[in-house]
Design a protein. Sequence first.
Lengths: 325, 243, 439
Amino acid sequence: MTHKHVLSSAYKLIGIKSGVIVAAIIALALLPLYGSAHAINVGILVFSYLALGQMWNLLAGYSGLVSLGHQAFIGIGAYTLAVVTVSYGGGFFMSFLISIVIAVLFSLVISFPIFKLSGVYFTIGTWIVSESVLMFFRNWRFVNFDAGMNITRAFRIPQENLYLGALALGIVSVALVYFILRSKMGLSLMAMRDNPAAAEVRGVHLYKTKLICFLIASTFITITGVLLYMNIAFVMPGPAFGIDWAVSMVFIVVIGGIGTIEGPIIGAAIYVFLRQFLFNFPGMSLIILGSIAVIVILVAPKGIMGAIHGKFGFELFSVRRKMED
Amino acid sequence: MNENMLMTIENLNVSYGDFQALYDVSMQFPKGAIVSIIGANGAGKSTLLNAVLGINKPHSGKVTFQGQDITGKRTSTIVSKGVSLSPEGSSVFEDMTVYENLVVGAFLPSARKKKKERMEYVYKLFPALKEKASQRATFLSGGQRQMLAIARALMSDPKLLICDEISLGLAPVVVGDIYNSILEVNEKMGLTIVLVEQEVKRSLDYSDISYVLVKGSVVMGGPSDELDEAAVKDAYFGINQFA
Amino acid sequence: MKRRAILAAALCLVFALSLAACNGGSAPGGTPAGGGDAGGGDAAWTNGGVVPDREYILVGWAAPMSGPQSIFMMPTQWVVDMMLDHINNNLGGIEINGRRIPLRVVFADNESNPTTAMAAAERLVTNDRVDILLGTWTPVGTNTASAVAERHQIPTFVFGAPEESWLDGGPYEWAVGMNFNYYNLVRDLVNIWTRVDTNGRVGLVLDTTVDGTVGRDTVTGILDELGGFEVVDPGAFDAATPDFTGIISRLRDEDVQIIYADMNTPNASRFWSQLAEFDFIPRVVTINRGLHYAADVGRLEPNAVGLTYSALWDRNYPFSSSLLGESAYGIAARWEDDHGEHYPYSLGYDVALFDILYDVLTRAGTLERNAVMEAFLTTNIDTVFGNVTVNENRNMRVPALGTQWIEGDRWPLQKSIVSADTFPFVDTNLPIVIPQTTQ
């Protein structure tokens, strides 16, 4: 029967897809052996931004939590790294662990007030939170106020190690979102995004589901913040807690395709390559990035991946549930 | 407590700020019965359902289900006890397939064990859904969407099925078919069913007990065959005219 | 479900291992200085220090071409064009490995933001594979470029930050600086006050930013050391919503005759006009930080004559560029001729940069990184800052002097150096102009 034929070719396709994914991961992991220093440098940025974008996608694309305040977590990661390594002479592993603890506690604390807000008020609420944290750090003598801290320990990290760390973060972020969506929670997320009222009367606990996503995304963004600043190596409150981070996350997700797993991958690559290109056009970067965002939103409102999926039905990571039998 | 009652609502009062939406509403839902709640737009039907399902909290009063007080409990708790709602306007998850909609229907742990069995049951009840199982719900016809909403509600193996405004915006023939399916569920499975409707005649015809809700109060109630259709319409429209 | 759990566990393992790898790459021991051997290793990720096969010398400059710090770049393009023309056309290039080859400069915009600054500097090193990296203006430019220098082991020259902030990231092995000393800067401002006849009562007007806070510590430290001054501190104000009325009436009530303020440009002009509104302009008004540019000072109401300020470079420095053989005064005059406005002080830094670059590359005679680095460290050259040498902190410390805005001959206002105790090379016996005082 054709039905069976379709099924078997679908399985074949799934086989090919996972083969391609595994091959791509191996090729990327071996990049330091054959890639140029520039390729590795760009790779660090692409995978760090992928992790950020994917987590923002989990928030905005799947949980309906449009946050413009998650730069607070990047800053927290950055300052955890700075304080642990500079003020206490700790290592990077310790920084990661402590940043996770702080991120979980902080997101729990702020979730009580800001989860009372919804829609655009939630968005503004998150922004206000991050601006308040920025103000706090600017006036905090322990972290040297506005003058910033040199993360001297990060100066001599070999680039390859940063690359592998970023690659791992990028892959884990994609896998994390994929597994969340395939899990029971993914089902409640999809139902919640589709029709919150109907989901609620099916027993989906909206608050709990959103809170879990918020915790996961905040924590992961904090970890990425630590890694980003192992690369940047110099932290100042303004840029660390700056809205620029949120803008880049929004850009990556919107360009790539919100609510798709592939979207942030495409978005992060485009964003980083554009930024590399724009170093030679001082003062133009915001104008050019902004115009590209506007054009993409007009031409393909669901982003590049949304358009591809709409036209060809292609998905690299399908989170659709197949009928069992 | 009456053993024969699956659910009772006693003196329920619900307010939104200064506005009181329900006044001392009391209703009884005997096991195995079909109960209809008739009311115009704004009569407080949705408020009542939301209060029963724990989505909004009553100001005072009590909802008892199988002898347990469920007033103000979490929605997920109430659903897992066996109350299931097919929401108004046949609201389905548009972007999800029919199959996925049904899976969400059996979302709670209490329901997941019986998922496969329930799936077969609803496919048998609504064969059209089986044909469209892998299609996205947004491509279904109005009648099929309504079937899906009911089927999804049946997925959690409820003891009480609440159907909010089945006939809204559907052709009479389609509505008749769906009503017949519901009768079948009631007869074969002994499932207690609540029909929340605007349409007086059909509600009285299909139900054992009816309540008429007007401006947040129960103005009439009793066995459906004892209620006079004209009197119900008078109550329903009469007060409505002054509203 | 089981398969999923195994996959998840495997991913976590990969993650943990990679992080451990990062950890392993840190400098051995607790002190950054312990990482000395890291510099010696043949690092594959920086192309093994192999000199690119090019017919020119490439200098990469990560600079604030946009953003709030872009004002420092006012003279840069003019200086680069002039200097490259002079080096490549008049001098025929720089002799490297026995052949004269041209010098080229490639820019990358750091957007006045450390995140971008880091990426910009890394791009210059890894993509453009520059021979020397430059990172400029404020710790955003200097400290990020210095971090890139250490990571990629590339000779790097940074300037335009307080020496103290830059050294906080050190000690460096691959970065050399040309930075001023903040303590000296404040010291020379205080020296001005000692030359004016006052009652010694100093009023502080400082905001809550780091400049304000560090400024308070520095100035009170110096005043304590000197003795004879009495500090009146009405407390810090918020830079975003300044309200000076309370502060000014307090200073007036306390009979303050010296004001030391540290604030940004908009606040500085607001403060200055509010002083006038209160009819309270003491004998010495020193406003640090916000009034670097003649254009800003020219807009002040009332007229800013007599206002004392610091200078990071001045055309009255009695020195010449060794490369151009032209005096500081002459170069500034030429810039003013070309642009029709008062020269910016960053001009001196940009000119000195090329004096140093030409000298270093000529002495190195090669683009091999260690040799270039060695040449940087043994610098001893005359510039528009005078003779510069590298101190034990790898810094070519350049002066920061006390100056005063006075009526100008060419422009409405010009600077006059009135205190140079920390670099006693210029005539500071110029009379100090007292502002149109009300005392």
